[in-house]
Design a protein around this ligand. Structure first.
Ligand code: AMP
Ligand code: ZN
Length: 288
């Protein structure tokens, strides 16, 4: 396997793009993908102060590193949720990340508000993940506003968005459009804009970037997280249909086509997308 760009020995094979790359060319390729995505979907502006929410996992570490590389004005925010050993390991990792990137790290502790996620888990077991989500969103928004950041960036990936969508549609729930969008503008002055700079990137691409660039991250998972069944279904579809995740997530965010006036077929009068309907065009061909 040879690198498509320079011919050296390839270390990665990206099925979604049908190319192989070496360890010199891959980071450049990844950076360009993120840059293009940010530009095309207006996810961040070059002159904003960006608060990058980092968990210590590969996706948000990759995000912080690539935004720094692309020249954004960033600071990091780590929320200590008080999840036993997991929170301690994660905090150590984001400290390393902060030094590695030369980006300021801010730490906010949920404990300072009087409780931890471990308390939630003990007292209201089944609500743990949604309570944790509530706490994170609250702290991210409040910290960003009080410290003059224009936008909060999270490391949500294409798989996060696709599995969230499928899970909700399959469960008959309404799908909140904000959770699927690459950027949400504030609807009130107390709300800070939210951005997902990696919404088109896959977990594998983020993983390769942190590994090749030696960016600190931990593979540790939250002990309260449920089995990611929908994610596994999404991985399986991607395995069988390479490119599925990217096509799906792009389809979700494409702006709805302009509403057009209904047109009628010149020959038969039925509804048509052009001058003549598809059926009459077919009939013409076959009966000529
Ligand atoms: P999750 O909600 O765990 O799927 O994480 C989604 C995104 O939220 C991550 O990519 C991070 O950007 C952010 N995030 C998760 N946990 C934390 C944390 N403890 N501190 C700061 N940001 C976090
Ligand atoms: Zn190369």
């Amino acid at each position: 396997m040879k690198c498509k760009k320079c011919g050296r020995k390839a270390v990665v094979n990206l099925k979604a793009y049908g190319i192989s790359l070496c360890e010199k060319c891959y980071p450049e390729f990844y950076k360009n993908l993120v840059k293009r995505s940010i530009k095309r979907f207006g996810i961040l502006n070059q002159d904003e102060r960006v608060l990058v929410a980092v968990s210590g996992g590969k996706d948000s570490s990759a995000m912080a590193a690539v935004l720094k590389e692309l020249g954004y004005d960033i600071e990091l925010l780590y929320i200590d949720l008080g999840i036993g050993e997991y929170s301690k390991v994660s905090e150590k990792v984001v400290k390393d990340l902060s030094e590695n990137l030369d980006a300021k790290l801010n730490v906010v502790r949920l404990r300072d508000y009087g409780f931890t996620v471990d308390d939630v888990a003990r007292r209201m077991r089944r609500k743990t993940c949604s309570a944790c989500g509530t706490a994170k969103r609250y702290i991210m928004n409040r910290f960003a506003r009080e410290n003059g950041f224009e936008v909060v960036a999270t490391g949500h990936t294409a798989e996060d968005i696709v599995s969230f969508y499928i899970k909700n549609v399959a469960g008959g729930a309404k799908v909140w459009a904000e959770k699927l969008m690459p950027r949400n503008e504030p609807f009130d002055e107390k709300i800070v804009a939210r951005a997902k700079p990696l919404f088109e990137m896959s977990e594998k691409e983020n993983m390769l970037y942190v590994l090749i660039e030696n960016i600190p991250y931990t593979p540790m998972e939250c002990p309260h997280a449920p089995k990611p069944e929908w994610k596994e279904i999404v991985y399986e579809i991607e395995r069988r249909k390479p490119g599925f995740v990217k096509n799906f997530v792009r389809g979700l965010v494409r702006p709805a086509e302009e509403f057009e006036e209904t047109r009628y077929c010149k020959i038969c009068g039925e509804v048509a997308s052009g001058e003549i309907c598809a059926f009459c065009r077919l009939k013409e061909k076959l009966t000529r």
